[in-house]
Ligand binder design. Structure first.
Ligand code: MF3
Ligand code: CO
Length: 249
């Protein structure tokens, strides 16, 4: 069931998403070789709670941390650990969710640790572009989920990259995961229309090699099957009368 939001509810979601955005900026500013992902988790947890918000990932289906930190071939849901230390040349994806006044925000960024190769930088750049190409294609009440997925997939694949199939974006509101599923692949003209009042998280997960993934024995971490790098970029958006508003930017 799609839960359509009023303008005042979207205004509440904006607040949650601003906290998420600011947390991601804080994480980016603390990204350097030698930092453990557990330290970054603590930084994010303390910032979110200082804003009177709740880190939504903590204890979500038993998830044991406040954020996800995924390095290189880890696509998503990397668990912070004191033994995981950032190293020069890596890429690190931060995924952050916060609940403020009962409303959810959810966003992700992939950032470089020090200097990375031009090849990997291009993967990061194209992943961001996939999100913005997707947003650009949305005409409220007209565009369908299949059009959105097709646009993202086309941008990724025309750049030689893979699109993860087993994880998708999602509706978001009072719950972090609401209907509908928002795949990063699809067939133009298919699926539900994106109409005014819908709030969704669009989150391309783009791979340098195969789009196939493996789940690790920790029950969470998802890696590319070929262990080549992957990049993740996510924002929560609202479809409004004025077009698309990106709430977590
Ligand atoms: N941000 C993720 C998503 O978009 C959720 C992380 S999974 C969790 O679905 F368990 F860590 F919450
Ligand atoms: Co999400």
């Amino acid at each position: 069931m799609i839960l359509v939001k009023s303008n005042s509810q979207i205004a509440e979601m904006r607040k949650a998403n601003i906290i998420v955005r600011d947390t991601l900026n804080l994480l980016r500013d603390h990204t350097k070789p030698g930092v453990s992902t557990l330290e970054l988790n603590k930084l994010a947890h303390e910032y979110i709670t200082s804003q009177n918000a709740i880190p939504s990932f903590l204890n979500y289906n038993g998830y044991p941390a406040s954020i996800c930190v995924s390095i290189d071939c880890e696509v998503v849901h990397g668990i912070p650990s004191k033994r995981k230390i950032l190293q020069e040349g890596q890429i690190v994806s931060y995924d952050v969710g916060a609940i403020y006044n009962g409303w959810n925000g959810d966003a992700a960024r992939t950032v470089a640790v020090g200097i990375i190769t031009p090849e990997v930088q291009r993967l990061v750049d194209v992943t961001e572009q996939c999100f913005f190409e997707g947003v650009k294609c949305i005409k409220p009440g007209v565009t369908r989920l299949g059009d959105l997925g097709h646009t993202i997939q086309t941008h990724a694949e025309s750049n030689g990259y893979g699109v993860v199939r087993e994880l998708v974006g999602h509706g978001i509101g009072r719950d972090m995961h609401e209907d509908p599923d928002v795949p990063n692949y699809g067939i133009a003209g298919h699926g539900m229309r994106l109409s005014v009042g819908m709030t969704i998280a669009i989150e391309p997960m783009i791979t340098m090699g195969t789009y196939e993934v493996d789940w690790m024995s920790d029950g969470w971490t998802v890696k590319t099957k070929d262990r080549k790098p992957a990049s993740h970029y996510e924002n929560t958006i609202a479809i409004t009368d004025n077009g698309v508003e990106i709430l977590s930017l």
